[in-house]
Design a binder for this molecule. Structure first.
Ligand code: BDR
Ligand code: CA
Length: 321
């Protein structure tokens, strides 16, 4: 079977790192570009982290820089979870990249690559949707030219950055609204499933044991584990690697159950800013664009697959060092 063609748009980010590692080590994809956006950290950091990750994994995937700021929203970068670099480690770090960012803006690159191969490119968005919204503003026809969009963002159950809003959508709600209203074929992996997408203490021990120290992959995941409020509260037994979900679904759709729902984004100022709302009435009006929303997952199988990928990444990085 031909490998699926991907562009990964991201804001690495510890779980972005895990998602890229999963995509690269799976062998299931031709990853044609990684595009970075400001989100978990300022753009210069997410670009540097994307380059570092792509290089450490031994790929030559080009990395493009995208939006420096969300369309409207301004916020403090959430260093509490990902550290000041956006990819802080509890010990060893990944080696610095040996190449530079590719020329051209991420939004233009997304548009050019989708236009060059209509119906072929799957977009995986793991951060705020600013780059894709900019691309759609330049060229609304792109919505019908992508093969599909899979994204981590939102949540019908509630939020993480506020009571109602999940970080990626909250960081740029106007961008998410533009994307979801575009009619693009999309599958959403929100907190409904990603809060439960954790690897547990046995998985972490397996990752630690995979290569002798230094093991930057284990140390990066350990930093993220130590910053998880849900781990500290005993709600989950390890870090929720949110961004792995859309990639894992592309590899094995049986890991998740989805439902087609009309989803809207709250863009009015107030406590619901950035919330995603799904109309779950069976008689919901037809005029609202529907997307597929992941609502259930097979957590043990997902965790095994993600841990396998992190182990493989740790080995590749040790060999490439
Ligand atoms: C999302 O926010 C970021 O911190 C993570 O990388 C993930 O994409 C989870 O809400
Ligand atoms: Ca992310």
């Amino acid at each position: 079977m031909p490998r699926r063609r991907l562009i990964i748009d991201c804001d690495p980010g510890h779980d972005d790192f895990a998602a890229i590692a999963l995509a690269v080590t799976s062998g299931a994809f031709d990853i044609e570009a990684i595009t970075a956006v400001c989100g978990n950290a300022p753009l210069d950091r997410t670009v540097a982290n994307a380059l570092t990750i792509a290089d450490a994994l031994g790929t030559s995937i080009p990395v493009y820089a995208g939006a420096v700021a969300p369309l409207l929203h301004r916020y403090e970068f959430p260093a509490a979870f990902h550290g000041v670099t956006g990819l802080d480690s509890a010990g060893a770090t990944l080696p610095p990249p040996r190449r530079a960012v590719a020329p051209g803006h991420a939004a233009l690159e997304i548009a050019a690559r989708v236009n060059a191969a209509p119906g072929e490119i799957t977009l995986v968005v793991l951060g705020p949707m600013t780059n894709l919204a900019l691309a759609l503003a330049l060229d609304p026809d792109l919505a019908s030219k992508v093969r599909e969009l899979v994204f981590m963002g939102g949540g019908i159950v509630g939020g993480n950055v506020t009571a109602r809003a999940e970080f990626n959508v909250w960081a740029d709600p106007e961008a998410a609204a533009i994307v979801l209203r575009s009619g693009i074929k999309a599958t959403m992996f929100g907190l409904d499933v990603t809060n439960r997408a954790f690897i547990d203490t046995d998985d972490l021990a397996r990752l630690r044991a995979a290569v002798p120290a230094p093991n930057p992959v284990a140390d990066i995941i350990q930093f993220y584990t130590e910053r998880s409020g849900d781990v500290a509260a005993g709600r989950v037994h390890g870090p929720s690697l949110h961004d792995t979900c859309p990639v894992a679904w592309l590899i094995d759709p049986t890991l998740f159950q989805t439902e087609s729902l009309p989803v809207t984004v709250e863009t009015s100022p107030g406590p619901r800013y950035g919330a995603t709302d799904a109309d779950r009435r069976t008689w919901a009006p037809d005029h609202l664009p529907r997307i597929d929303v992941a609502l259930e997952l097979d957590r043990p199988r997902l965790a095994a697959r993600v841990t396998d990928a992190l182990v493989e990444a740790a080995k590749r990085i040790a060999n490439n060092a």
